[in-house]
Write a protein that binds this ligand. Structure first.
Ligand code: NDP
Length: 485
């Protein structure tokens, strides 16, 4: 019997409906960030492998997939979601082994959300229409919608399944075929998803998965391939710039979800209990490795000391450790390299500000890339820790005096992904939200999502929006037809 990736932890390429090894026999090792042990092998796709995947995806556009009726496509897309739920434990376990995120986070939240991405876009397809105009009786103008073609999906390591399925579900629902390049550090769940794709009865070549690195490897080969019509990318802003330059040669359609440096603004009239509960999550959920984390916390001066006291006390209670322990809130960071990068910011914070708690590896954890949740105060706004995306369990807390001041400071960044505002003053909540230069504002909550709403960032945090109709627009082409009657 063929062993699944959940048993072997060996991530093979998935091309034209078959699991294959690298054509050049190239492999690299995948490390478990919680134990620093080898998890298994990852096949590295060569330029020829990526080409084969793109060719398979092009052929599949013309094959049975391209001829499916919409109800049939809806049925297949829904089926993928059903099968993800059936294999929820396997997915959650692989996600935790790869990323170090707490198993309960993967099991309770991320895998169900990945399944829901398919269910949501399958259902959404029922209501997707087009435009028709009639200026006078003698003419009719109407648009038809069709797939863009082959779409390259390039995803990061922090929420591997959530972010991959967030792209794959609408891409398939709109009739495209895809070539996926998961992050090199987290190849397992995408490989298990390929097994599910096969089990669901999706025709060969519709979904292909190529593993490898970014520059001069699978990621770059995919971006540069003339047979790819569009790239949907989530990752760092600097990578987005490189991809944009490389994709320009073939003028590919691009969607970018990039980094953030999100402000979390707490006014003195806020419900502090709720604000503190949620700020613990928006600071340290998934080890702070979420693009939406509110890493710059601004607290109005009358409640600044009280907030800090209570926030520090609650942070001390968070359990850091084995991601398979249900009590764990903070697991290891993704890799040694990333831990060192985050520690670099901690050192800057130590020199330019004051570390209230954290800033070191937890005692007793001698293996694994762990870092205690870290709270920094007394930082100048100009410090790199206040300006750059740290992407770890490190937050800064600063006092502010007026609404105008905090809006200006919140906007003083090259990023523009999201913001959180805590206040019980209705008018102020909306007034402030309207002035923040970000793609998404949460008022008295965080991370609450409705998949129909526009998701994405402004400034250096992205190009375009995904979600609901915005995803439909990105993953489809319109042809306008005019008839003289
Ligand atoms: P990276 O930009 O390093 O990598 C993302 C993906 O791009 C990986 O698959 C990577 O491959 C690939 N890649 C790297 N270089 C190239 C290239 N030249 N051409 C094609 N592909 C390439 O991001 P991280 O994985 O480090 O993820 C963290 C970042 O993602 C943070 O900045 C975070 O804010 C952002 N993010 C944004 C979200 C949003 O919605 N706005 C959501 C989640 C994360 P490889 O892994 O091999 O390097």
């Amino acid at each position: 019997m063929v062993q699944t990736v959940a048993q072997t932890h060996h991530a093979r390429l998935f091309i034209d409906g078959a699991f294959v090894e690298s054509s050049a026999g190239k492999r690299f090792v995948n490390i478990n960030p919680a134990t620093e042990e080898e998890l298994g092998w990852v096949e590295e796709a060569t330029k020829e492998d990526v080409d084969r995947a793109v060719q398979a995806a092009r052929r599949a556009l013309q094959g049975p997939w391209g001829r499916l009726s919409i109800p049939e496509r809806i049925r297949l897309v829904r089926r993928i979601g059903d099968l993800i739920l059936e294999r929820r434990e396997e997915f959650a376990r692989l996600e935790t082994l790869d990323t170090g995120k707490p198993y309960w986070v993967a099991y309770e939240h991320e895998i169900p959300r990945a399944a829901y991405n398919f269910h949501f876009f399958a259902d959404y397809l029922h209501s997707v229409g087009t435009e028709a105009y009639q200026l006078d009786a003698g003419q009719l103008h109407y648009a038809i919608r069709r797939p863009v073609g082959v779409v390259g999906l390039i995803t990061p390591w922090n929420l591997p399944m959530v972010l991959l399925t967030w792209k794959m579900a609408p891409a398939l629902a709109m009739g495209n075929t895809v070539v996926v390049k998961p992050a090199e550090l987290t190849p397992l769940s995408a490989t298990l998803l390929a097994e599910v794709i096969k089990e669901a009865g999706i025709p060969d070549g519709v979904v292909n998965v190529v593993h490898g690195f970014g520059p001069n490897s699978a990621g770059a080969f995919l971006v540069e391939h003339p047979g790819v019509n569009a790239i949907s990318f989530t990752g760092e802003t600097t990578t987005g710039k490189t991809i944009m330059a490389n994709a320009s040669r073939n003028l590919k359609r691009l969607s970018f979800e990039l980094g953030g440096k999100n402000p979390n603004i707490i006014f003195a009239d806020a419900d502090l209990d709720e604000a503190i509960d949620m700020t613990l999550r928006s600071s340290f959920h998934n080890q702070g490795e979420v693009c939406l984390c509110g890493s710059r916390i601004y607290v109005e001066r009358p409640v600044y000391e009280e907030f800090l006291d209570r926030f520090v006390k609650r942070t001390k209670e968070l359990v850091v450790g084995d991601p398979f322990d249900p009590k764990t809130f903070v697991g290891p960071l993704i890799s040694r390299e990333h831990l060192e990068r985050v520690m670099g910011y901690v050192e800057i914070a130590r020199n330019e500000g004051r570390i209230l708690i954290g800033g070191k590896q937890p005692e007793g954890l001698t293996r694994g890339y762990y870092l205690e949740p870290t709270i920094v105060v007394d930082m100048p706004d100009t410090c790199r820790v206040m300006k750059e995306e740290v992407f770890g369990p490190v937050v800064t807390v600063s006092p502010f005096d007026t609404e105008e001041e905090v809006i200006a400071r919140a906007n003083d960044t090259e990023y523009g992904l999201s913001a959180t505002v805590w206040t019980t003053n209705l008018k102020r909540a909306h007034r402030v939200a309207h002035q923040l230069e970000v793609g998404m504002v949460w008022i008295n909550t965080w991370f609450l999502r409705d998949l129909r709403t526009p998701f994405g960032g402004m400034k250096q945090s992205g190009i375009g929006r995904e979600g609901g109709m915005h995803s439909v627009e990105f993953y489809s082409e319109l042809t306008n037809i005019t008839v003289k009657l």
